[in-house]
Design a protein around this ligand. Structure first.
Ligand SMILES: *Cc1c(COP(=O)(O)O)cnc(C)c1O
Length: 445
């Protein structure tokens, strides 16, 4: 235990002794010295554990914001390691020896992949929207449809962002229907931007009407107002070629007439947390000069990973093998079923003391992170249901799964605990199964 250092060891022993004394006063008797040492060892281990824990994501949501969204491809991980270990030419032009801009590192690739004349990158998409409005619409008006005043998880709300950026929100239309004339009537001398927000995490069905991008661009341009689109996920390629739902790409929006688009780096794009702005050079020049930009800039590790991820998009043929996110999203249902069948016996053995029934069932994974919740991916997994009426046993099992060395996250709903095997890699199955022994013996009765 000296491997952990003197101070930590003393702290753990003191805490464990205090616990033993309290237990003694409560009439629990004096514990053996050995059990105190064992308790202290567990405390040292807990204190040394990294705060950011690796977990198994069996929730069925691939891009899970609470679990860190996109897993990175190996190329990006290697690039981050290099940037972490060595000095790098982050803001240095190696050709001239003069000062460079960190943005330059990914600007070229981004422009190439989006077709935009100019691009920049900031900390995340929320920052991109904030910066965009701050730079282009402060003390003026931003026109948005009432059907697009969205809240994304973690309290990103369009009305709040517009206000915090120093602009005034002008709502037009209704929740389900917004027409061209609604926009036309709202545009005036104080209008700075016409903003469209992609309906990423919800859908409006039934009696609906929205104005297509091309027409919104025409309405905005007739008044000399820029038309900007927050795409949310903004995949760089048409995902329908892999049988996935089609998301509007930055290129689509720009070709339809958008002057500027923003999108996330760690959603469908499959990279690290980042936010992109792509579009007209004169607008990006104003954004570049905004003092907020310095506060929202990306770090070198992010830029290293982004460069590596964007490079993969130059070869769309191999993207589904090389981009980790896309590999998970396109994993065939049959391969997931095979994984579930391989893992079920081990889980059944570990849970033999639990009042649970195990079943193998079809599932429907979600893309997650603001992708349309109605689009589902056929998947497969293991379902655990309580025998008899002990429904509390599911919460107990969920807690025990979260307490494993590599915590396992499933989803408890409709009287069952579900483990969707889509995101458990074949090379991770052994590690997943090896730790299940800790569940043996069943729940506390
Ligand atoms: C996800 C999302 C955001 C926020 O993006 P982050 O990268 O998480 O900051 C903003 N707008 C829309 C439409 C989104 O879907």
């Amino acid at each position: 235990m000296l491997a952990h250092g003197h101070d930590l060891l003393v702290r753990a022993l003191r805490e464990e002794l205090a616990r033993a004394r309290d237990a003694g006063r409560g009439g629990g008797g004096v514990p053996e010295a050995e059990s105190i040492v064992r308790g202290a060892a567990l405390r040292v281990e807990a204190l040394q554990r990294p705060a950011l824990r690796r977990v198994f994501n069996l929730t069925g949501t691939v891009l899970h914001t609470n679990l860190g969204r996109a897993p990175l491809p190996e190329e990006a991980i290697a690039a981050m390691a290099t940037a972490a270990r060595h000095p790098v030419a982050l803001e240095l032009d190696l050709a001239t020896g003069g000062r460079g801009e960190r943005d330059e590192l990914v600007r070229g690739l981004l422009c190439e992949l989006t077709g935009a004349p100019a691009c920049t990158v900031v900390n995340n998409n929320a920052a991109a929207v904030l910066l965009l409005i701050h730079a282009l619409a402060r003390r003026r008006e931003v026109v948005v449809s009432r059907g697009e005043l969205v809240e994304i998880g973690g309290s990103f709300r369009i009305p709040d962002i517009v206000r915090e950026s120093g602009a005034k929100l002008v709502e037009v239309g209704t929740t389900n229907r917004t027409h061209a004339r609604d926009y036309e009537q709202a545009l005036g001398p104080r209008t700075a931007l016409l903003l469209r927000v992609h309906a990423s995490n919800y859908s409006i069905e039934g009696f609906t009407a929205a104005v297509p991008d091309a027409e919104l661009a025409r309405i905005a341009h007739a008044q000399g107002v820029p038309f900007v689109v927050d795409l949310g996920s903004g995949s760089l390629v048409d995902l329908s070629r892999w049988g996935l739902p089609r998301e509007p790409t930055p290129r689509d929006a720009l070709e339809a007439g958008a002057d500027l688009v923003t999108f996330s780096g760690d959603k469908l794009l499959g990279g690290p947390q980042a936010g992109f702005l792509a579009g007209r050079a004169d607008l990006l020049e104003r954004i570049r000069k905004d003092p907020l930009r310095r506060a929202l800039r990306t770090g070198k590790l992010t830029l290293a990973a982004l460069d590596a991820v964007l490079r993969l998009y130059r070869d769309p043929e191999r993207l589904a093998q090389r981009l980790a996110t896309l590999r998970l999203l396109t994993r065939p249902r049959d391969a997931i079923e095979a994984a579930a069948r391989r893992c079920a016996p081990g889980l059944e053995t570990a849970l033999s003391g639990w009042p649970l029934r195990l079943a193998l069932e079809e599932m429907a994974s979600q893309i997650g992170s603001g992708s349309r919740p109605i689009d589902r991916l056929p998947s497969f997994g293991i379902v655990l249901r309580p025998q008899g009426r002990r429904t509390g046993v599911l919460q107990e099992l969920a807690a025990r799964l979260r307490a494993l060395p590599v915590p396992v996250l499933g989803s408890v709903r409709a009287g069952a605990l579900r483990l969707d095997l889509r995101c458990l890699g074949e090379n991770e199955e052994a590690a997943f199964l090896a730790q299940l022994g800790a569940l043996a013996g069943g729940p506390p009765s």
